[in-house]
Design a protein around this ligand. Structure first.
Ligand SMILES: Cc1ncc(COP(=O)(O)O)c(C=O)c1O
Length: 437
């Protein structure tokens, strides 16, 4: 078996861990292509949540066994999140409601150290989750600048240099676009930001369901993630580089209130969700074992020298990315055959700079009309701007800033892509007939 076959074997088998991927609609199997909005969960997650309710359902702050176990489980979960994203350890992780909430918390707390006339940079490529919280600071006389993208949706680094000359205090930037799937060079963003004296708040939400994340190597100061996009429950977690946190002047740590809570983790948490998150990390561990069992190896990758848990968890994302590149190439080759297609973001020739997230329109067909027809044919894919509002306004002008998004992850298959294009062909024929009547 060569590597390509081993990847295919590993990830076609990965589907079997997800009971919900067998769903059907109107008697036909559903194609679940809305993964950028949120992924499905494996049996590992379902089992973990059930196990929590049976054995560890408790509140914080007592010394009896059920509570102690629950609290230990939360620390264990934080450590697994740290291993997933390459943080130093569990003290740099906090669980919470979702990524948006973390960006609001970051803006609130970092904002305490800002003064009227200070500058912040946000990007035109970002989801509004990492835009709005910073815009709110303009009410206090803080200047928020939009870092522009070019006509393909790529961040314009010449413009970045100009903005850095203003000596901004904070750069809020996404690791990958949820609209075009473009991967941003986070290392370059942070290096330039740090040289100019700015902190970086990264949106790791999209990248984390596809790539091996390494917050330390990338040098980000703050970051937020959505666990429900990493095959887990509806929650999020934040990363804060410990050194940066302790240097914040206005920072008031909640240690006195909640002994067990780290920085942003205040009040009661979603314990069952946190436990489910452990299940999603068990799933990734299983995937790495499956991949290695099929002859794949992490030798020669930066993960090879990591601790065993990081290797097991993040290793799955390394293999997933390799497999997703096959899906991307296949999808883009098929898409190129569709008449009138307008794809946003990186082209087939630049496929190694993107995720398998494809936003496009078909000339002459209204986006929602196409989306509804596909939904009706059992394809669960989204139309709109996916809250990448500025980016889609810039890229999809003739379509009112809207597009159809097909977002795949590692449990999708080449067979599903082929089925999608067969259905798309039929739908387009019907729509064209309808349009021309
Ligand atoms: C890039 C990106 N950032 C942030 C978010 C918001 O995440 P959450 O729902 O966890 O707040 C999303 C959700 O789609 C996203 O795609």
């Amino acid at each position: 078996m060569n590597n390509q076959q081993a990847l295919q074997k590993t990830f076609e088998h990965a589907r079997t861990y997800f009971p919900s991927l067998g769903n059907s609609y109107k008697g036909r199997p559903v194609l679940f292509f809305d993964n950028s909005a949120g992924a499905q969960v494996s049996q590992f997650v379902i089992d973990r949540v059930m196990d929590y309710y049976i054995h560890r359902n408790a509140q914080k702050g007592t010394i009896f066994a059920r509570t102690v176990q629950m609290q230990q489980t939360i620390v264990e979960a934080r450590q697994l999140a740290a291993d997933l994203i390459g943080a130093t350890d569990h003290t740099e992780i906090a669980f919470g409601q979702n990524a948006t909430n973390f960006f609001h918390l970051f803006a609130h707390h970092l904002g305490r150290d800002l003064h009227e006339g200070d500058h912040i940079v946000i990007t035109e490529a970002d989801h509004h989750a990492n835009v709005n919280p910073w815009m709110e600071l303009t009410e206090r006389g803080i200047h928020v600048h939009l870092w522009h993208v070019d006509e393909q949706g790529n961040l314009d680094f010449d413009h970045y240099k100009e903005l850095l000359a203003l000596k901004p205090k904070i750069i809020a930037a996404g690791w990958a676009s949820n609209a075009t799937g473009t991967i941003h060079d986070m290392k370059r963003i942070t290096k330039m930001a740090h040289e100019a004296g700015a902190l970086v708040v990264a949106d790791g939400v999209q990248a984390a369901s596809h790539l091996t994340m390494d917050v330390n190597a990338a040098g980000v100061d703050f970051a937020a993630f959505s666990t429900y996009k990493i095959f887990g429950p509806h929650m999020g977690f934040g990363y804060v580089n410990r050194d940066r946190l302790e240097r914040l002047e206005g920072w008031c740590i909640q240690k006195e209130l909640e002994k067990d809570s780290y920085f942003f983790e205040v009040g009661s948490q979603n314990h069952e969700g946190i436990e489910g998150f452990i299940g999603s990390m068990e799933y990734l561990t299983q995937l790495t074992k499956d991949a290695e069992g099929n002859g794949l190896t992490l030798d020669g990758t930066p993960l090879a020298n990591s601790c065993s848990t990081r290797k097991e968890i993040a290793g799955a994302m390394h293999f997933a990315h390799l497999y997703e590149q096959q899906l991307t190439d296949h999808f883009l080759a098929k898409l190129a055959e569709v008449e009138g297609v307008v794809l946003y973001g990186k082209t087939a020739e630049q496929s190694d700079e993107r995720l398998p997230v494809f936003s496009f329109n078909i000339a002459g067909i209204e986006t929602d009309t196409l989306g509804c027809a596909l939904n009706d044919a059992g394809i669960e894919a989204r139309t709109g701007n996916y809250l990448a509002i500025n980016l889609m306004k810039r890229l999809a002008v003739p379509f009112g800033g809207n597009a159809l998004r097909i977002s795949l992850v590692h449990y999708n298959t080449v067979g599903e892509i082929d089925r999608f294009f067969n259905i798309l062909e039929k739908v387009l024929k019907e729509l064209n007939t309808y349009v021309h009547q």
